[in-house]
Design a protein around this ligand. Structure first.
Ligand SMILES: N[C@@H](CCC(=O)N[C@@H](CSS)C(=O)NCC(=O)O)C(=O)O
Length: 243
């Protein structure tokens, strides 16, 4: 989506190579307003440098959900960039400057993201649709050929299946999917590809629930410090996060 022609937007997919989390920077070329989806605390210096290099003003640090595998960068970004406000789902019960609900619009310059509630991995999972660019940021609801686990944090496989089938798979097939993680080196997919090839979500609802029940994944290494920190949308002291 960055190739050729005149653009009215800036888009960057940034990787945290420790947690394999993708952070997305979206900017409006005219107003220079920007949003950052799913920042990671350890990558705050990088994110701030990119924002400065591109002459952007970060309006919102937006979280798709209360992550269990890393601490969000929202707290540090708020501290270091004066106009930045944190965002998360109101359903999540986490603290943030702005609580989001289904149907809300996140505006930056002439652009907007539609908020869709996609619970199941956690009860406060949100996906963000950038209709103008035919893109959806799915957080952990849809991963490339996979999906977020459902064995903790209000996880519910049936609910996740319904969310994805009713809120994501109804989008036009050529919408690009940008997930919060990828563990296999892939960067994006499309709605059509995932409807067809997703190894879990392309199955029937009952088959999906069985697959999720049998995943038996080890718990994320940072879960004990990530969950409490993310319930306040990230701690403000990067040194504290290292302990
Ligand atoms: N090994 C990682 C955690 C990997 C993991 O559990 N990822 C989650 C998303 S972050 S809670 C997940 O839903 N994975 C689905 C899958 O199929 O892998 C760590 O220790 O941080």
């Amino acid at each position: 989506m960055n190739i050729g022609g005149e653009k009215d937007f800036i888009f960057k997919q940034l990787l945290d190579y420790k947690s394999y989390t993708y952070t997305y920077l979206l900017g409006d070329c005219l107003s220079r307003e920007a949003v950052l989806i799913d920042p990671v605390i350890e990558m705050a210096d990088r994110d701030i440098q990119v924002i400065k290099d591109l002459g952007l003003n970060l309006k919102y640090a937006v979280n798709t959900h209360v992550h269990a595998d890393h601490i969000t960068g929202s707290g540090v970004l708020k501290k270091r960039l004066k106009d930045c406000k944190s965002m998360i789902a109101s359903v999540s019960q986490a603290k943030a400057d702005i609580k989001l609900n289904e149907g809300d619009l996140i505006k930056f310059g002439g652009h907007e993201l539609e908020v869709r509630s996609t619970p199941g991995h956690t009860d406060g999972c949100l996906s963000y649709v950038w209709h103008d660019k035919m893109v959806v940021f799915t957080g952990d609801a849809v991963l490339i050929r996979g999906c977020g686990r459902t064995d903790f944090q209000q996880g519910d496989a049936g609910r996740l299946y319904d969310s994805v089938h009713k809120k994501i798979f109804v989008l036009p097939k050529d919408y690009i999917i940008y997930p919060a993680h990828d563990y296999t080196g892939q960067t994006s997919s499309t709605v059509g590809e995932e409807i067809r090839y997703n190894s879990r979500l392309s199955k029937t609802r009952d088959e999906f629930i069985k697959i999720m029940k049998e995943l038996n994944l080890p718990y994320p290494k940072q879960i004990d410090k990530a969950l409490p920190a993310n319930m306040v949308c990230g701690i403000f002291d990067e040194e504290e996060a290292k302990n």
